[in-house]
Ligand binder design. Structure first.
Ligand code: ZN
Length: 246
């Protein structure tokens, strides 16, 4: 089975559209690691597509805040403004869908999916140390997580926890093989708001028969996406950060 794994789409339809076009025929099922909305100007289009196409999704911190399930006091001002805007923009059906998303970790065919850390979807796993700690709470040797918007993740061997790479600039693909004696926490990167210095939309394809994970990147129409964000009256920062990928 080939799983198309998407995380942190953040209401960016142009990015999702480019990922769909580039990965046509390359997957059997879609999985979503949360943060479908927040920041971008197309929350309904993105949620509609995930509702229609994803076998399962787990909720992210923005999905909770943008549907009023959690206080937005601790969000920074740009994220808070975007959350308020999103709450009013979402249709009743899409609000209900997001409110009913299960929290991770969620088991899928022998691996797990989650948003932040196994204990808390608001927690960032940024270092090898944090990844090593988190692996103790996961029940499967392979897990996929998001939230940091940094493509790659971590794997653990007897020698310690190591970082996984990602496609080099100008290259759209980077493949790893899943070893039997290692543990993995894999981050497909953010489709809608990359923060690893590469502005291209990110995702991953997990092939459970071949035991490979392919990290992918594709350019998308950032200009149109930015124009929509500005036209919607969302904070300008949310438009400009897309072109630097930070
Ligand atoms: Zn996010």
């Amino acid at each position: 089975m080939r799983y198309l794994i998407l995380s942190d789409l953040h209401a960016n339809w142009e990015a999702l559209d480019a990922v769909i076009a580039r990965s046509r025929g390359a997957w059997d099922e879609v999985l979503c690691l949360g943060d479908l909305v927040g920041y971008g100007a197309d929350p309904n289009r993105v949620v509609d597509w995930i509702r229609a196409n994803a076998r399962v999704a787990v909720r992210g911190n923005h999905d909770k805040v943008c549907t009023g399930m959690e206080d937005l006091d601790w969000f920074n001002p740009a994220a808070r403004d975007a959350a308020m805007w999103t709450m009013h923009a979402l249709t009743e059906q899409n609000l209900a869908y997001l409110r009913n998303l299960p929290p991770g970790p969620l088991a899928v065919d022998g691996f797990e999916i989650l948003h932040g850390s196994p204990l808390n979807e608001d927690e960032y796993i940024l270092s090898s140390y944090e990844a090593g700690e988190a692996m103790a709470y996961l029940d499967a040797p392979v897990s996929f997580f998001g939230h940091t918007h940094l493509q790659g993740g971590f794997y653990r061997l007897r020698s310690g926890v190591h970082r996984i790479g990602r496609p080099a600039p100008g290259c759209g693909s980077y493949v790893i093989e899943i070893e039997h004696d290692a543990l993995y926490m894999i981050n497909p990167g953010s489709t809608g708001q990359p923060r690893d210095g590469d502005p291209r939309a990110a995702w991953a394809v997990y092939d459970t028969d071949e035991r490979t994970v392919e990290f992918r990147r594709v350019q998308y129409d950032i200009r149109s996406c930015q124009e929509k964000i500005l036209r919607a009256g969302l904070p300008e920062l949310l438009a400009y950060r897309l072109e630097s990928g930070t």
